[in-house]
Ligand binder design. Structure first.
Ligand code: C2G
Length: 128
C-alpha cells in the first residue's frame, strides 16, 4: 500500500483544498492529513475560523482522506513519515523547496496551487 501525507489548516474548506487532497490521493492508496491544531495555527499566525475538532471532522468526511493526525509543530514531519510508513509527501507549490529535506525519508512532490482562491480571500470578500 502506497501512503501519502500532506499538511495544512484546511479552514473554511474550498475547492483549492479539495483539489490538493484529490491530487495527493492519486499518488497512492492511503492519504494521511496532518491538520494544524489551533495552538499550532497561533505559531503559524493563522487564525482559523473553525476549531480543530470541526476541521478534523470535515476532512474525515472527504472521500480522498483516509486519516487525519494533529500537526502541532514544524518539526514533526520526519517522525510522522516514519511512524506512518509514508512513501510520498505532497504540498502545494506555495511551499516549493521548503520541505526538500524530507527527500531522505520519502518522495517530495509540490503541486500547483488552485489559482484565485484562498481562505484569506474568502474572508475579505465576505467582509465586503
Ligand atoms: N492550497 C492549494 N490551492 C489553494 C489554497 C491552498 O493548493 N488555492 C493548498 C496549499 O498549498 C496547501 C493546502 O492546500 O498544500 C492547505 O493549505 P492551508 O490550509 O493554507 O495550509 P498551510 O497554512 O499552507 O499549512 O506544515 C505545513 C503547513 O501546515 C501548511
Amino acid at each position: 500500500m502506497k501512503k501519502v501525507i500532506t499538511y495544512g489548516t484546511f479552514d473554511l474548506l474550498h475547492i483549492g483544498h479539495i483539489n490538493i487532497l484529490k491530487r495527493a490521493k492519486e499518488y497512492g492508496d492511503y492519504l494521511v492529513v496532518g491538520l494544524s491544531t489551533d495552538e499550532f495555527n497561533e505559531k503559524k499566525r493563522k487564525n482559523a475560523y473553525y476549531p480543530y475538532e470541526q476541521r478534523k471532522t470535515i476532512l474525515e468526511a472527504i472521500r480522498y482522506v483516509d486519516e487525519v493526525i494533529p500537526e502541532n509543530s514544524w518539526d514533526q514531519k520526519v517522525q510522522d513519515i516514519q511512524d506512518n510508513d509514508i512513501d510520498i509527501f505532497v504540498m502545494g507549490d506555495d511551499w516549493q523547496g521548503k520541505f526538500d529535506f524530507l527527500n531522505q525519508h520519502c518522495e517530495v512532490i509540490y503541486l500547483p496551487r488552485t489559482v484565485g482562491i484562498s481562505t484569506t480571500k474568502t474572508k475579505s470578500d465576505l467582509m465586503g
